[in-house]
Design a protein around this ligand. Structure first.
Ligand SMILES: O=C(CO)[C@@H](O)[C@@H](O)COP(=O)(O)O
Length: 225
């Protein structure tokens, strides 16, 4: 596939961004070994940039990032793309507002996925970032677009940028790859806190109108909005 010089320039920038974001996964305790990946959509092109499969995070560079089309076909790169490329590609193809996808097996959130139990909205931080419970998606084998179908089915029309894919782990989406990484970090944090709360007693739900208020504030006012 030939791309315009403008798209080629964009790809170079996204390669660097996605490579740098992979360092956030071990830094935030979200992965062991190579068990996680980050991708970004290439705006203006039906392409994505994703990590090469099985490469250690300290060996990931902008140059070894892999570019594929939205059918997960290799377009540019010396190495095989992530095992989850088809899942990421399916999300980009079917959720046009999504520009970043992350996958981890972070411990506490993955423990919730093993039980196929949604993380209830019992913390203001869950209301802020997820707008309600963090849902569970269906079990799906790895390698084709089955996981992607489960992500899209579960998250379409849902506030949450995170889904706990049953018996597997976390997938998050975002308006940018950085936003998807943030969702993965916050998903693991709240999964751990609610797990601990459950060990000490019964967490109390937050009233829906309060969830709505917290979500609206955080999504529209928080920080330097
Ligand atoms: O869950 C799995 C494999 O079962 C993958 O998501 C994980 O190992 C990461 O694979 P990649 O190194 O991105 O190919």
């Amino acid at each position: 596939m030939t791309v315009t010089e403008s798209v080629a320039t964009t790809i170079r920038s996204i390669r660097a961004q996605v490579a740098a974001l992979h360092a956030e996964l071990p830094r935030n305790g979200l992965v062991v070994w190579t068990a996680g990946n980050v991708s970004a959509r290439v705006p203006g092109a039906d392409l994505l940039v994703i990590k090469p499969s099985g490469v250690s995070y300290d060996e990931i560079t902008a140059d070894n990032m892999v570019v594929t089309d939205l059918d997960a076909n290799l377009v540019d790169g010396e190495m095989a793309p992530s095992s989850d490329t088809a899942a990421h590609a399916y999300v980009y193809k079917h959720m046009p507002h999504v520009n970043g996808v992350v996958h981890t097996h972070s411990t506490y959130a993955t423990a919730w996925s093993a039980r196929a139990e949604p993380i209830p909205c019992v913390l203001t931080m869950i209301a802020d970032e997820f707008g309600g419970e963090i849902p569970v998606g269906p079990f799906a084998l790895i390698g084709d677009d089955s996981i992607g179908q489960g992500i899209v089915t579960t998250l379409s029309g849902h506030r949450s940028p995170a889904v706990l894919m049953r018996n597997h782990g976390v997938f998050t989406i975002g308006a940018s790859a950085r936003a998807a990484v943030k969702a993965a970090v916050m998903c693991e944090d709240v999964a751990r806190t609610v797990h601990i709360a459950r060990q000490l007693g019964t967490p109390l739900p937050i009233a829906q109108n309060d969830v709505d208020s917290l979500y609206a504030r955080y999504q529209n006012v928080y920080g330097q909005a």
